[in-house]
Design a protein around this ligand. Structure first.
Ligand code: NAD
Length: 376
């Protein structure tokens, strides 16, 4: 998605608001959605023209990969079960070598963002088509963003070659995702949508996806928490995650993602949980600078204040609300703000060190979000 110039950007409008100018060039993989959709996998492999698929998974999801291998029969070239969080370069090299040795012509990634990320690392070098079968709500399958970690540093980039060609969303495959991980993974997805509503390159189509994604997740999550094997609730959540992933794939992100990348990268805090704790605070920080986005987030959540509503939702779902409980030390707040200020992403509200210290202090202690004080 191209960036539009500053003069042409604003929070994406709703009907009746000023539409303004925008650039919109959606990139969307083919999607096959529904309970039991995994049953279409052979047809989808055929449509990709593939004959030798390499199946990727984490060690924990080896059973799911074996099921896929049995289903595709002779078209399975092998399984690589070494996917781990943040795609270490050594793992990427092993997987690339295996794909080459097996003469694979397609990578099937069954799992969450870590497994799909491994598929992207292979595709980045080989242009191997990816068929993704997401089993979390992280949304990586809808983006051309890749990340590879080398020497403790995660480098990310965008490349059209890594966007999966086909995505099979089967809510039944998400039933086994533990409730706690389901909640934080879904709030990770909501963060993509919320930030997409006030992104510098926001556009009306992505804003519709964002609001719809937030609405579907806000509706599905409480039902999923009450009954984790409720496939209809899981279906709403996965549908919402698709929408939110589309937003991440097509428009930019701001302060929230910058803070989470800083906290994850420098302190190794857990990815989805960190997103869950930080999001209400990042929304409060941006509330005054992005009122239309906040109105749409609140409307999707069925509340009056986006930041407070997001905090209440996370709390009601039993999600973590403090960085302290994720293992952060109070003394790390200052250094994190320093890192986040070094190469900031575009953000609707001006970034200042005192205001970010205030934000992280509230997030550290798990206090309710407070709108950043302008005078800081
Ligand atoms: P994950 O892929 O690391 O999965 C977490 C754990 O849950 C793993 O052990 C996995 O095996 C297990 N799991 C996954 N689905 C399961 C299921 N249905 N049942 C039981 N267990 C299951 O977690 P994630 O949050 O999906 O991904 C996080 C990673 O993805 C991070 O590295 C993040 O940076 C990346 N990410 C990338 C993008 C992008 O656009 N490139 C977008 C979002 C996230």
């Amino acid at each position: 998605m191209q960036q539009v110039s500053n003069s042409a950007t604003r929070s994406a409008p709703g009907v009746g608001a000023d539409i303004g100018s925008f650039v919109c060039a959606p990139q969307i993989p083919r999607v096959v959605f529904g309970a039991g959709a995994i049953g279409n996998i052979e047809r989808e492999i055929d449509l990709l023209g593939a004959r030798r698929v390499l199946i990727l998974c984490t060690p924990e999801q080896r059973g799911s990969a074996e099921l896929v291998a049995r289903t595709v029969g002779t078209r399975s070239a092998g399984i690589f079960d070494g996917a781990v969080m943040h795609v270490p370069i050594e793992v990427a090299r092993d997987a690339r070598a295996k794909a080459a040795a097996l003469e694979a012509d397609c990578a099937i990634a069954i799992g969450g963002g870590s497994t799909i990320g491994l598929g992207k690392a292979i595709a980045l070098e080989s242009s191997l088509p990816i068929l993704a079968i997401p089993t979390t709500y992280a949304g990586s399958e809808m983006t051309s963003i890749y990340g590879i970690t080398e020497g403790g540093v995660k480098k990310t980039g965008r490349d059209a070659r890594v966007l999966p060609r086909t995505v099979i969303y089967d809510p039944q495959l998400t039933v086994s995702l533990p409730v706690g991980l389901s909640v934080t993974s879904a709030i990770n997805a909501m963060a993509h949508a919320a930030e997409g509503l006030y992104a510098q390159d926001a556009n009306p189509l992505a804003s519709i996806w964002a609001e719809e994604g937030l609405r579907a997740l806000a509706s599905g999550l409480p039902r999923m928490v009450r009954q984790p094997d409720d496939v209809a609730a899981r279906s709403d959540c996965l549908y919402g995650a698709w929408m939110c992933g589309l937003v991440l794939g097509n428009v930019g992100v701001g302060l929230h993602h910058k803070l989470c990348h800083t906290l994850g990268g420098s302190l190794n805090l857990p990815h989805a949980e960190t997103h869950t704790v930080v999001l209400p605070h990042a929304l409060a920080y941006n509330a005054a600078a992005a009122p239309e986005a906040m109105r749409r987030i609140a409307r999707a959540l069925g509340c009056t204040d986006a930041a407070q509503g997001m905090f209440d939702l996370a709390q009601s779902l039993g999600a973590p609300t403090s960085l302290r409980e994720l293992g952060m030390q109070e003394s790390q707040i200052g250094p994190c703000v320093e890192i986040a200020m070094r190469n900031p992403y575009w953000n609707p509200a001006r970034l200042t060190t005192p205001r970010l210290l205030q934000l992280l202090d509230a997030a550290y202690h798990g206090r309710r979000p407070v709108p950043a004080r302008e005078e800081c």
